[in-house]
Design a protein around this ligand. Structure first.
Ligand SMILES: *Cc1c(COP(=O)(O)O)cnc(C)c1O
Length: 367
């Protein structure tokens, strides 16, 4: 039996008629850029996030770049963020002209360890980019307390966390803004690249909307140079359909996680830990194992896909070699990256596939 890591085809087939009709409508109206389909999705997504505004973007990375510039983060500023994430978190910090300060994680939740923030704050520190990795929100109340005390902007990288909660509140509630990716493999995925920033700050929202569309709010007047970072209408239409299902699909992901939690608990494997006040939406189901290479190879022989998110932390990437952060600079991050492994999880995975995955893991770890 083959167990894919994700299968977007099954999801599409479950809502094919609605998706096809939504795409056809955009094409019939040849309304590909801006206009009613984008506006409608932005309104619906802001409502879903309980924020006043949503600004569509061409990807999660460009959404984060809009947030950097929208909140005036740039040259001479330092931004604290994690190294245990995808490079799309940090590229926008550099592209905005600011400097990255890497911080270590809480090894239980894999998210930013708030108790390490204050030691990293300097007179140049302007913002914190918090990553809600794997679908679990970081400890936003602890982080916000420190941010308020030091007058720092908080941007949430919620690329993996549509629908996640912390004390009942979603991304966008605590931070000045939250940024999302609609890359096809994310929980809320478009049929191509896409992203969005949500915020309740009106001035920042208008600035980000302007920057995303060549620095203009009207057709022929450019207040500044901006970017072409728009979310296109076909993607907005697809996302509008899928947004109606996201809570149901996140619920299915939680059921899959419960299955793994129950069936893998006796194995020599560290299972995901959820903070008592967090609601995880399991974009990734990440475990820690001792002999990862061997286990992944055996899983593959039995048709079970697995992944590593992410094998090389950003501070040890060639792209950041100039920061001279060698091994030992972020011990918790470095310790977990050699052990982590992600198991197949998606709303349409079948009971047979889950049984096969669990049985295969038992066969490998308890032969
Ligand atoms: C996917 C992702 C991004 C980047 O999103 P893109 O849409 O691929 O540009 C940024 N941060 C995290 C944590 C991600 O998972």
């Amino acid at each position: 039996m083959n167990v894919p890591f994700n299968d977007l085809k099954r999801e599409y087939l479950s809502i094919k008629q609605e998706i096809d009709a939504a795409i056809r409508e955009v094409i019939d109206n040849t309304a590909f850029i801006k206009g009613k389909y984008l506006n409608k999705f932005e309104e619906e997504f802001a409502a879903y996030c309980n924020t006043r505004y949503a600004v569509g973007a061409s990807s999660g990375t460009t959404a984060l770049h809009l947030a950097m510039e929208g909140f005036g983060i740039g040259k001479g500023d330092e931004v604290i963020t994690v190294s245990h994430t995808f490079i799309g978190t940090t590229e926008p910090i550099s592209h905005a002209g600011a400097d990255i300060t890497f911080i270590d994680i809480d090894p239980k939740t894999y998210t930013m360890n708030p108790s390490l923030i204050e030691a990293l704050i300097t007179s140049k520190t302007k913002a914190i980019v918090v990553v809600h990795l794997y679908g679990q929100m970081a400890d936003m109340e602890a982080i916000l307390k420190i941010a308020r005390k030091h007058d720092l902007i908080v941007i949430e990288d919620a690329a993996q966390a549509v629908g996640a909660r912390f004390n009942g509140n979603g991304p966008g509630f605590y931070g000045n803004a939250a940024c999302f990716s609609f890359y096809p493999g994310k929980n809320l995925g478009a049929y191509g690249d896409g992203g969005a920033v949500v915020t309740s700050d009106e001035a920042a929202a208008m600035k980000m909307k302007m920057l995303a569309d060549h620095g203009r709010l009207s057709k022929y007047l450019h207040d500044t140079e901006g970017y072409n970072y728009r979310l296109d209408s076909l993607q907005a239409a697809v996302l509008g359909v899928k947004l109606k299902y996201i809570d149901e699909w996140n619920g299915k992901r939680r059921e899959v996680a419960s299955f793994y939690n129950e069936h893998l608990k006796d194995l020599d494997m560290v299972l995901p830990e959820v903070a008592h006040n967090a609601e995880h939406i399991y974009h990734i189901y990440c475990v820690q194992v001792k002999d990862r290479e061997f286990i992944q190879k055996r899983l593959k022989e039995k048709g079970v896909s697995s992944g590593i998110h992410y094998p090389v932390p950003l501070h040890l990437q060639p792209a950041y070699a100039h920061m001279n952060l060698g091994r030992g600079s972020l011990p918790e991050t470095e310790q977990c990256v050699d052990l982590i492994m992600s198991l197949p999880i998606f709303p349409f995975i079948t009971a047979d596939e889950l049984e096969h995955t669990a049985a295969t893991l038992h066969g490998i770890l308890r032969p």
